[in-house]
Design a protein around this ligand. Structure first.
Ligand code: UFG
Length: 325
């Protein structure tokens, strides 16, 4: 099977490219490099020893998106491409709606034109809003608290409507919990530009002495130590979830899966695990809660195990280990 991976130079996309190539899939990568670098493409080729075409296209450009499908034989698409910073989405909602919705629509239109109906979408646990039930099952109520979350929810709805209109579509919605960690070679990692928003890249900057201390956002949540609890999952386990979805989901429909470990860890537990595994100290201060944050979020991942034969295997220690190159 030949898979178009959009956003394939990004953090989750690049790890998924490696796992797909190692599982025997052929890939074509499209990425506008707006939040990633072509170096990741070279590293994917270096790690796997395999070649594949790379297109630096902006999928908001409908003509160029269609051209890509004319040039390359493609059997299915994994659609990672999209903006993902919650705070930025609040400041620049139109940019988020345009980018995250128009690119999906263009890809789907191009697929329909060419009779390609196999689509895997990068969704997020953010679609559960502030969850009422823990661990969170796929049937939990959906809501969004910021424009980024809205784009995930709207894309999900668009895909459900599409299947209703034409039941040849085979759509998988993968709802990611909190991916962290990197490739064991040290070549692929979550390395955002500027000051990181997410916990693990921030901790790594403190570890590298590029930032002074971690700011822990709140220690007065109703959690065992008062800090926020999340379901951290190794990015390679997450990438393997995509391979499992392609291997197993052969029937048309809209298939929805949580990709998480099922275990929640607090911010302070992550800091301690990081310190132990990397033999270091991460200084931190307690700051007020961050606007929009929730106390706890962790998955019920049993459906993915049952139906995809997939389960996250890597420990928190493996997720925290820094590889020096
Ligand atoms: N945190 C800190 N200090 C920081 C950064 C984060 O204390 O500098 C805390 C947060 O308050 C939270 C936890 O660490 O309790 C995790 O925060 P992240 O920013 O790493 O992740 P979020 O859970 O807020 O959000 C992530 C993704 C979203 C996605 C969401 C799904 O960034 O894209 O998971 O649940 F929507």
């Amino acid at each position: 099977m030949r898979i178009l991976v959009t956003g394939g130079a990004g953090y989750i996309g690049s790890h998924t490219c490696v796992q797909l190539l190692e599982a025997g899939y052929e890939i074509v990568v499209a990425d506008d490099l707006s939040n990633s670098s072509e170096t990741a493409i070279h590293y994917i080729k270096g790690i796997t020893g395999k070649e594949f075409p790379f297109y630096p296209v902006d999928l908001k450009d409908r003509e160029r998106t269609e051209q890509l499908f004319e040039l390359e034989p493609i059997d299915g698409v994994i659609h990672f491409a999209g903006y993902k910073a919650v705070g930025e989405s609040v400041e620049r909602p139109l940019m988020y709606y345009e980018n995250n919705l128009v690119s999906t629509m263009n890809v789907l239109q191009a697929m329909r034109k060419r009779g390609i109906f196999h689509f895997v979408f990068s969704s997020s646990a953010t679609v559960y809003g502030d969850p009422e039930i823990l661990p969170i099952p796929e049937e939990a109520p959906l809501s969004a608290t910021n424009p980024y979350g809205c784009t995930k929810l709207m894309n999900e709805q668009m895909l459900k409507d599409l299947y209703q209109s034409d039941n040849r579509w085979n759509i998988t919605l993968l709802r990611y919990f909190n991916p962290i960690g990197g490739h064991p070679t040290g070549l692929l990692a979550d390395n955002p530009n500027g000051i990181p928003n997410n916990l693990m890249p921030y901790i790594i900057r403190v570890y590298e002495n590029k930032l002074d201390q971690l700011h822990v956002y709140g220690n007065d949540y109703p959690t065992p130590d008062g800090t926020g609890v999340r379901d951290y999952i190794h990015v390679i386990d997450l990438a393997d979830g995509h391979v499992a979805a392609l291997d197993r989901m052969k029937e048309p429909g809209v298939h929805i899966f949580n990709l998480g470990t099922g275990t929640g860890y607090s911010v302070l537990e992550v800091v301690r695990a990081f310190e132990n595994v990397n033999k270091c100290r991460i200084p931190y201060v307690i700051d007020p809660r961050r606007a929009g944050d929730i106390a706890m979020c962790y998955a019920d991942p049993s459906k993915a195990e049952r139906e995809l034969g997939w389960k996250a295997r890597r420990s928190l220690e493996e997720m925290c280990k820094v590889v020096l190159i």
